[in-house]
Write a protein that binds this ligand. Structure first.
Ligand code: SAH
Ligand code: MG
Length: 218
């Protein structure tokens, strides 16, 4: 337990976009997924889309490490639209000065190292759609927090949800019921999951939505 608290403290201190209560919920549902795997749940690896500087990977990684599970942390590390210069979530010190492009990979590596998660969190550096197209291992947990534009969000849904095993956990971030609170695409893909008949709603904490796959289909 001490070790878990240590990792969760690193998660709380890490840079990124994950409020403490939603981060805690990420950890709790990941731990529950690991627990279910010891009974009748799927026991495949976990994957997050959209790692940025590694904050959510620490919350999920805390549960993965205890369970002896692998978390693939996928990101091209060039930032989403909203992370680019001139946009709301831009952090200028994360720009590679020679390239003039975002590069969150060095910070991500440092975060994962400092949290003691290098044996648990495996970085996958590349475009989500390209990796999804070549992926074949069934996942027992999928966390979608990548690009929030209409195209990337729906591509993440279409590319990754088919890889989630029956009984697995789907977590979607930045889902806002009220359009005044934030962009629509994460909400739209959550609606797709709920409307597909293949998922049961499990929990909602802030903008985090948690679903369980109850059957095949997307
Ligand atoms: N989960 C993070 C925040 C993620 S921000 C946290 O806890 O702080 C969204 C991330 O998605 C950005 O780092 C961006 O580079 C990544 N991203 C956006 N579109 C992507 C794509 N098509 N392929 C891979 N990564 C992408
Ligand atoms: Mg988010």
């Amino acid at each position: 337990m001490e070790r878990t608290d240590e990792v969760l403290a690193h998660a709380a201190a890490a840079r990124g976009f994950m409020p403490p209560d939603e981060g805690r919920a990420l950890y709790d549902h990941a731990a529950a997924t690991a627990e279910a795997a010891t009974v009748d749940g799927p026991d495949g690896p976990w994957l997050e889309v959209g790692s940025y500087c590694g904050k959510s990977a620490c919350y999920l990684g805390a549960a993965a490490q205890t369970a002896g599970c692998i978390l693939y942390a996928l990101d091209h590390h060039r930032g989403s639209e909203e992370n680019q210069a001139g946009w709301e979530h831009h952090e200028p010190d994360l720009v590679d000065p020679e390239l003039g492009r975002m590069d969150t990979l060095p910070t991500f590596r440092r975060t994962i190292h400092d949290a003691g998660l290098e044996g648990t969190v495996v970085a996958v550096v590349g475009d989500s759609q390209a990796v999804a197209a070549a992926w074949s291992t069934p996942l027992s947990l999928l966390f979608i927090d990548g690009g929030h534009g209409a195209e990337p969000a729906h591509l993440d849904y279409e590319g990754w949800v088919p890889h989630l095993a029956v009984g697995g956990t789907l977590l979607i971030h930045d889902v806002f019921d009220d359009p005044a609170d934030g962009g629509r695409p994460p909400y739209e893909i959550w609606c797709r999951a709920v409307g597909s008949g293949a998922f049961a709603e499990v929990d909602a904490v802030g903008s985090l939505r948690v679903l369980r796959r109850t059957g095949p289909g997307t």
